[in-house]
Design a protein around this ligand. Structure first.
Ligand code: CP
Ligand code: NVA
Length: 306
C-alpha cells in the first residue's frame, strides 16, 4: 500500500505511470454516461472515506465519481461534524477509520494533520489539499498539458501571483517531470525556498522574476490561481500586491503563440485572470477540472497497488 502525500515524495517513474494510466482510462470511457462502471473494477468491495475540513467542488465530486467508476463506494465526511473537529486526536481518528474503510482522502489546513493521519492509518491516505500543497491538482494538470502539447519534459511553465499551495506542487512536479518553472509575483509572496530547492536539486531551472512581461517570454504554459487561498487572511493587502500579475490578453500575447492557460479553479474573474483569457482559445480550465477525475483514479489504483 502507498500513501499519496506529495509529488516530491512519490517515485518519478510511478508518477509517470499514473499519468499514462489516467490517459488510458480516460480514452477507454470516451462517450459513455458518467455512471458507467469502468471495464476494470479495482475498487470493487472497497470503501473510501473523503474528509473535508475546507470547502470543495472539484475534489469532492471527482473523487466520489472516480471511486464509483472503479467499483467502490464512498463516505463523504465533514471534518467539523466528526469528533476530529471536537478534540479527538488525529492518530486515534486514523486508527478508527482504518478499521472501517480501505482508503482515506483528506482536505485539511495544517500539513501536520495529513502527515499524522498517514503515520497512524493502516490504509492509504491521499492529500486532497493542505495549506502547503495540492498534489492531485498538479497530476491533473500534467495530464492536461500532455493531452494538448505532448511531453511536458523540457517545457517552460510560468506561475503568476501567489506562491501558494498549488504553486508548491507545481514546483515539485517541475523536479519530478523535468520541466522549468518561472515564478512571477511580489517577493513577499515567493514560494517557500524548500520547494524551489527541490526542483533545482532535480535539475530544473527555477526562476523568480518580478516583471511579469519578462517572465512569460517563451512560455508554453501560464498558470494562475486565486489571489486569496482558503487558509489566507491577508485579502486586501494581497489584492494590491498582485494586480500587476493579473493574466490578461496582453500577458498571454507575450508567451508562445500556442501557450496554454491553466487555473485549478475556483477562479475570481477580473481579479487574477480576465474573462477574456479564462474563456479564450488558449484556456484549458475545464479539461483540467475533468482530468482531476482521471488522474485521481490512477492515484487511487497506485495507492492500493492495482
Ligand atoms: N481545484 C480544486 O481543488 O477545486 P475544489 O476546491 O473545488 O475542490
Ligand atoms: N490555492 C487555493 C486552491 C483552491 C483549490 C486554495 O488553497 O484556496
Amino acid at each position: 500500500m502507498n500513501h499519496f502525500l506529495d509529488i516530491h515524495k512519490t517515485n518519478a517513474s510511478d508518477l509517470r505511470g499514473m499519468i499514462d494510466q489516467a490517459r488510458k482510462m480516460k480514452d477507454a470511457r470516451k462517450g459513455l454516461p458518467k455512471g458507467t462502471p469502468d471495464a476494470d473494477q479495482p475498487l470493487a468491495n472497497h470503501l473510501v472515506a473523503l474528509i473535508f475540513e475546507k470547502p470543495s467542488t472539484r475534489t469532492r465530486v471527482s473523487f466520489d465519481v472516480g471511486v464509483r467508476q472503479l467499483g467502490g463506494q464512498t463516505l463523504v465526511l465533514s471534518g467539523a461534524d466528526m469528533q476530529l473537529g471536537h478534540g479527538e486526536s488525529i492518530a486515534d481518528t486514523a486508527r478508527v477509520l482504518s478499521r472501517y474503510v480501505d482508503m482515506i482522502m483528506i482536505r485539511t489546513f495544517d500539513e501536520a494533520t495529513l502527515l499524522e493521519l498517514a503515520e497512524h492509518a493502516t490504509v492509504p491516505v491521499i492529500n486532497g489539499l493542505t495549506d502547503r500543497t495540492h498534489p492531485c491538482q498538479i497530476m491533473a494538470d500534467i495530464l492536461t498539458f500532455e493531452e494538448h502539447h505532448g511531453p511536458i519534459k523540457g517545457k517552460k511553465v510560468v506561475w503568476t501571483g501567489d506562491g501558494n499551495n498549488v504553486c508548491a506542487s507545481f514546483l515539485h512536479a517541475a523536479g519530478q517531470f523535468g520541466f522549468d518553472l518561472t515564478f512571477t509575483g511580489p517577493e513577499s509572496l515567493d514560494p517557500e525556498q524548500e520547494f524551489v530547492d527541490f526542483a533545482r536539486s532535480k535539475g530544473s531551472t527555477i526562476t523568480l522574476e518580478r516583471d511579469a512581461d519578462k517572465a512569460v517570454e517563451g512560455a508554453d504554459l501560464i498558470v494562475a490561481d486565486t489571489w486569496v487561498s482558503m487558509h489566507d487572511d491577508k485579502a486586501a493587502a494581497k489584492h494590491n500586491l498582485l494586480q500587476p500579475y493579473q493574466v490578461n490578453e496582453h500577458l498571454m500575447a507575450g508567451a508562445k503563440s500556442d501557450a496554454l492557460f491553466m487555473h485549478c479553479l475556483p477562479a475570481y474573474r477580473e481579479q487574477e485572470v480576465t474573462t477574456a483569457v479564462l474563456d479564450g482559445p488558449q484556456s484549458v480550465i475545464f479539461d483540467e477540472a475533468e482530468n482531476r477525475l482521471h488522474a485521481q483514479k490512477a492515484v487511487m489504483r497506485w495507492c492500493l497497488g492495482k
